[in-house]
Design a protein around this ligand. Structure first.
Ligand code: IMP
Length: 187
């Protein structure tokens, strides 16, 4: 059995990802200059692959930092309870920040990060997310750059996991329901 057998269908191909990441980078290259030296904050673990591809296409000087936020565990729906597992190494006071997310679903994670960052008094905060699942939104959050809108399905690959696996799938796939229906919600 290959992990690809757990994918019902490909939602975003490798080629479509490559093209769209280049377009997002171009949008960001048009906004930021070397003078700002923004800090790109990669939200772990899901955004690592997106960050790696995005950063290589950016032409302005920037720094990279990481933050890990607790996610769903083995379930597929957010509880709204968010926790910092790894905090930034940098100080963002007086800095321009770009939050790099894999997917915005209910919005609770990003809302938490935005509120937390606001207390640290950065000069500016923008958000880039590879995927947006607007049908599931419970909290309104501002998104500055969005790769793709996705339907209300559980997706994996290109950094996104199910139960910590499938992150290495090079495309975005829709998971077969049987892979997560076997595990009780909230586990
Ligand atoms: P939110 O707090 O509900 O917006 O969820 C945000 C986080 O949940 C994302 O950063 C992902 O780590 C995870 N997530 C949400 N939807 C999916 C999905 O369809 N596949 C994999 N992870 C997801």
């Amino acid at each position: 059995m290959s992990m690809h057998d757990d994918v019902a269908r490909i939602l975003v191909s490798e080629e479509a990802l490559r093209v769209r990441v280049a377009e997002i980078a171009a949008e960001m290259n048009a906004i930021y200059t070397d003078a700002e030296v923004p800090i790109l904050v990669c939200i772990l673990k899901g955004a690592f692959m997106f960050l790696a591809d995005l950063t290589r296409q950016l032409t302005f000087r920037h720094e990279i930092d990481f933050m890990e936020i607790s996610s769903y565990g083995h379930g597929t729906s957010s509880t709204g309870v968010v926790r910092i597992l790894l905090d930034l190494a940098s100080t963002i006071e007086g800095r321009n920040v770009v939050i790099v997310e894999d997917i915005v679903d209910t919005g609770h994670t990003l809302d938490y990060i935005l509120r937390n960052f606001a207390t640290r008094q950065p000069t500016s905060v923008r958000v880039v997310t590879l995927l947006n699942k607007p049908s599931r939104r419970e909290v309104e959050v501002p998104l500055d750059f969005v790769g793709f809108e996705v339907p209300n399905e559980f997706v994996l690959g290109y950094g996104l996991d199910f139960a910590e696996q499938y992150r290495n799938i090079p495309y975005i796939g829709i998971a077969k329901p049987e892979i997560y229906q076997a595990i009780p919600e909230g586990d």
